[in-house]
Design a protein around this ligand. Structure first.
Ligand code: IFG
Length: 525
C-alpha cells in the first residue's frame, strides 16, 4: 500500500475513532443542553435561579457522596438514577475532585428549617445541603426533576444525562402535606400502596392517611378481635374479594413510607361507618344480634352502640394495638356521617374515646365533625365541607386547634373531572385540574387563616376504584397541584404559570407508566 494511501487510511481511522469512539469529544452542545430548568420544578420552590452555563453532566464515573446522616437518601437517589443511566453511581463517604453529587446534612441555615434544602448544580458537580435527611429527601425530589424525564425509565437509555444548572433554596409553606387512600371500600395490596407512596413522594407529600375501616370492610388485623380482619376483611364494595393487612404487613408499609419520609396516619372511622366491625362481632350491636355485611355505597346508617361497655373495650383494644404499630404521632378516629348516632350519644362517645388516644401516646385527627366535641387543642379536625363557613371549625380554630384542609369540592380526588369521567362520584361537584389547583387553604374557610392551618390533604375514596390504574387516573394530574398548594409560597402560585410546569411533568408520568387524565386545560408535552 502506498505511503499516501496508508496515511489516508490512518487518517480516516483516527477521524472515525474520534467521532464515534470512546473518548466522546462530540460537540459541547450535545452534552450540555438540559431539557428542564430549576424554574420548571413542581412544587414551585421558594427561590430558583437557573444558570444554563452551569449544567452538570452525569457520567459513568460519577459518584454520590454522602455523610453518615445522608447515606439513606443517597442510596435512595442512587436507586432512582441507576436504572435509566446504567451507571454504577457508588455511594461514597469521601470523594476528591469533581463529578460528584454530594449530599450533606447540617449547617443549611435556619431559613430552610427541617424539610427545606439548598441545591447547587454546577458544571463541576451537584451540592445538596439540608439540616436533616428529610430535607435532603425533599431536595432529591427537586434534583430528580432537573434530569431529562427519561431518567424515570426502568431500563438503560443510551443518551447523555445533563442536569440543569442553577441554584435552589427551598422549604415548605405547610408542614402537613397529605394524601388519603380509602382501602376500605376496595382493598389495595401492600404493593399497590407502596406504588402510590412512591408516586406521591416525588411531589414532596409527607403524610399518607389510610382509611382502614368502614361499612364495607375492615382492613387491619387486630389480634384481640381477630374476626375484624378475618370476617370484616372478606368484603368490599360491589361484593369483591376484600382483604386486609396483617400487623406485619402494616409495619412493613410504615417502614416503606418512612424510607420515603412519609408518615402513615391510620384511620379507624367511628362511631359511624362501622358496619364491617358490627357484622364481624354481633356483641357490638345494641341488641347483640348479627347484622349482614354491606357492599353497597350508602353512608350514615351505622353506629357503634354508645351505651354498651363492650364498645369501649373494643375501641381501647383497637387503638392500643394500632398505636403500638404506628410510630407517627396521629391516630385518625374518623367521626364523619354519624347520622345513626344521636347528637348526645356522639358527645358521650367522644368524651370516652378521645382520652383513649391520649392514653396510648397519640394525638387525634379526625373529620371536622369532631370539632363540635371540643377536642383537645392538640387534635386536628380535617375539614371536608364544601362551603366557606363552618361555625364549629372556626370555633375550634379560635380555641387553638390546627385545621387540616381538604374541602370536598376542591380536594376530593374521587370527584369526577367532568360528567363523562368513567370513574368517581360527583356529590361535591366536578373537579377539573384548574378547580383542584385554584384555591387556597388559608382563605377557603371564614375564621381559618394561615396560622390556623396545619396543611392540606387530597383524599381518594375508593367506592368506584378497584385497580392502581384507577388510582392513578384520578390522582394524576390533580395530586401535584395539592402538593404545590401544601409546599409552595402562596403568592408564587398562579394557574397560568402552574399549567405550563404541569405540562412538563407528563413525560415523567409516561415513563413511570402512569395513565393520567389528559385534561384539555393543559397543553401536555
Ligand atoms: N363522604 C364520606 C366518605 C366517602 C366520600 C366519597 C367523608 C369524610 C363521601 N365521608 O368524606 O366515606 O363516601 O366522596
Amino acid at each position: 500500500m502506498s505511503k499516501r494511501l496508508s496515511t489516508t487510511v490512518l487518517g480516516v481511522a483516527v477521524l472515525s475513532l474520534v467521532t464515534f469512539g470512546l473518548p466522546a469529544t462530540a460537540s459541547a452542545a450535545q452534552h450540555t443542553k438540559a431539557e428542564r430548568t430549576v424554574t420548571d420544578v413542581v412544587p414551585a420552590p421558594v427561590d430558583a435561579k437557573p444558570d444554563p452555563r452551569a449544567n452538570f453532566r452525569l457520567t459513568p464515573a460519577s459518584v454520590i457522596r454522602a455523610d453518615r446522616d445522608g447515606r439513606q437518601v443517597a442510596e435512595y437517589l442512587a436507586g432512582l438514577l441507576r436504572p435509566a443511566t446504567g451507571y454504577r453511581l457508588p455511594v461514597v463517604s469521601d470523594h476528591r475532585g469533581g463529578g460528584a453529587i454530594s449530599l450533606e446534612t447540617g449547617h443549611a441555615g435556619d431559613r430552610v428549617g427541617t424539610e427545606g434544602y439548598r441545591l447547587k448544580v454546577s458544571s463541576s458537580g451537584v451540592s445538596l445541603r439540608a439540616n436533616t435527611d428529610k430535607g435532603l429527601f425533599s431536595g432529591v425530589q427537586t434534583l430528580r426533576q432537573l434530569f431529562p424525564s427519561a431518567i424515570e425509565a426502568t431500563t438503560v437509555q443510551k443518551r447523555s444525562w445533563v442536569v440543569s444548572g442553577g441554584t435552589v433554596l427551598d422549604y415548605p409553606r405547610f408542614g402537613y402535606r397529605s394524601a388519603m387512600l380509602d382501602v376500605a371500600r376496595h382493598f389495595f395490596t401492600p404493593a399497590q400502596v407502596k406504588l402510590y407512596i412512591d408516586q406521591i413522594a416525588q411531589y414532596k407529600i409527607n403524610t399518607l392517611h389510610l382509611h382502614l375501616s368502614d361499612d364495607q370492610g375492615w382492613r387491619i388485623e387486630i389480634k384481640s378481635w381477630p374476626k375484624l380482619a378475618t370476617v370484616g376483611g372478606l368484603t368490599a364494595v360491589g361484593g369483591g374479594p376484600g382483604g386486609y393487612y396483617t400487623q406485619d404487613q402494616y409495619t412493613d408499609l410504615v417502614r416503606y413510607a418512612a424510607s420515603r419520609h412519609i408518615t402513615i396516619v391510620p384511620e379507624i372511622d367511628m362511631p359511624g361507618h362501622t358496619n364491617a366491625a358490627q357484622h364481624s362481632y354481633a356483641e357490638l350491636n345494641c341488641d347483640g344480634k348479627p347484622i349482614p355485611a354491606r357492599t353497597d355505597i350508602e353512608v350514615g346508617y351505622s353506629s357503634l352502640c354508645i351505651n354498651k361497655d363492650i364498645t369501649y373495650t373494643f375501641v381501647d383494644d383497637v387503638l392500643r394495638e394500632l398505636a403500638a404499630i404506628t410510630p407517627g404521632k396521629y391516630l385518625n378516629i374518623g367521626g364523619d356521617e354519624a347520622h345513626a348516632t344521636t347528637p348526645e350519644d356522639y358527645q358521650t362517645f367522644a368524651k370516652k374515646v378521645q382520652p383513649i388516644v391520649a392514653k396510648y401516646g397519640k394525638q387525634i385527627t379526625g373529620w371536622h365533625d369532631i370539632a363540635k366535641t371540643n377536642p383537645p387543642l392538640s387534635a386536628v379536625p380535617q375539614f371536608w365541607g364544601t362551603t366557606g363557613t363552618d361555625a364549629n371549625v372556626a370555633a375550634a380554630a379560635a380555641r387553638g386547634n390546627k385545621i387540616l384542609m381538604s374541602p370536598a369540592n376542591k380536594a376530593y380526588m374521587d370527584m369526577k373531572y367532568h360528567p363523562q369521567t368513567p370513574l368517581g362520584l360527583s356529590w361535591a361537584g366536578f373537579i377539573e385540574v384548574k378547580t383542584g389547583y385554584d384555591w387556597d387553604p388559608a382563605t377557603y374557610l371564614q375564621g381559618v387563616t394561615e396560622q390556623n392551618v396545619i396543611g392540606v390533604e387530597a383524599p381518594l375514596w375508593s367506592e368506584t376504584l378497584v385497580t392502581s390504574e384507577h388510582i392513578e387516573f384520578m390522582a394524576f394530574p390533580r395530586l401535584p397541584g395539592y402538593a404545590e398548594i401544601g409546599w409552595s409560597p402562596k403568592d408564587s402560585r398562579t394557574w397560568d404559570a402552574y399549567r405550563l410546569r404541569l405540562a412538563k411533568q407528563s413525560p415523567r408520568w409516561v415513563q413511570q407508566g402512569i395513565d393520567f387524565y389528559r385534561s384539555t386545560q393543559v397543553d401536555w408535552e
